[in-house]
Write a protein of this length. Structure first.
Length: 301
């Protein structure tokens, strides 16, 4: 009688166990992914209009403890909006007794909590569920004035929704230090220290200025030295200097010696009014490092 009762419960609540654990080891079946395991458990779940017509009971399952109270939702759509989780994900975990983000989704109220806790224990044994635990995400954005804006979110899904990108895009950029990030936003799984923030600033600067045009003017006449350069690196190659030398003097209105010439560097073409204003008030850099040594330039107002 006990065996019959056990088989009945397995078939009703965990059909997967009835498939995997057989007396004949040759019939043991393996599965490639968590999704396939969840899908198999729901083979006999036939729900019509599942996104709109199913009552769903949400139980909390935190630190191995199953809550005794539940929230009721009239559909997966309603639950999806409440949790901010895709309907397909909720549907995959429904009635599997596998918790997702500290929640258990069932279409029937729990009658025996002791039985359900045992079912959860059996259902999760051997499964890699750590990836489903919400992990904090740190997002950094560099303002135009160099200010670093740091924001912390509870999980990647919130960031994906905020930036209007796919969840996979967030995963691909997480901790990757990709120049430009996602529209200037850099995503990390932990808070950055001071050295890492300096590295982020440099990467952000490279992205910001590497593809911008550069106009080089003679400091004495404010005539263009040549046609504008298509990028900061092109200007650096022309003057045979490091790109940082161009970046450090761009739009500073301070004349610098590059390629043996005293020049002013800008990220946009000067208007005639701007030229006239600068012509009588050109400042020159002091003790500037050149390619083959040092040269001291007097300040001229």
């Amino acid at each position: 009688m006990q065996q019959e009762r056990e088989n009945y419960l397995l078939q009703k609540y965990l059909p997967l166990l009835n498939t995997i654990f057989k007396s004949n080891l040759n019939d043991t079946q393996t599965y490639d992914s968590l999704y396939e395991i969840l899908k198999l458990r729901q083979l006999e779940s036939k729900f019509e209009n599942k996104y709109q017509g199913i009552s769903i009971y949400l139980y909390e399952y935190v630190n191995g403890q199953l809550g005794t109270s539940c929230n009721t939702f009239s559909s997966i759509n309603e639950l999806s909006k409440y949790l901010g989780v895709a309907r397909e994900t909720l549907s995959a975990y429904l009635n599997t007794f596998v918790p997702y983000r500290n929640s258990l989704f069932l279409t029937n109220k729990i009658e025996s909590f002791e039985l359900v806790e045992k079912l959860i224990s059996d259902a999760t044994q051997g499964l890699e569920l750590d990836r489903n635990i919400a992990k904090k995400v740190w997002m950094y954005f560099i303002e135009a004035d160099g200010t670093i804006v740091k924001t912390t979110y509870e999980f990647k899904g919130v960031v994906a929704k905020l930036l209007n990108v796919q969840h996979g895009t967030i995963t691909n950029h997480l901790d990757k230090w990709i120049k430009g990030g996602i529209n200037g936003n850099y995503i990390f799984s932990s808070e950055l220290d001071s050295l890492e923030l300096e590295k982020l600033m440099e990467i952000s600067s490279l992205r910001k200025f590497n593809n911008c045009r550069v106009w080089a003017y003679h400091a004495s006449t404010l005539e263009l030295l040549s046609d504008s350069f298509s990028s900061m690196q092109k200007a650096a190659d022309y003057f045979n200097v490091d790109y940082r030398s161009i970046l450090n003097h761009l739009d500073t209105k301070i004349a610098t010696i590059k390629g043996g010439k005293l020049v002013l560097l800008f990220s946009s073409e000067l208007t005639q009014q701007e030229k006239e204003s600068l012509l009588n008030n050109v400042q020159k850099a002091i003790n500037e490092t050149l390619l083959y040594g040092y040269i001291k330039v007097l300040m001229i107002n």
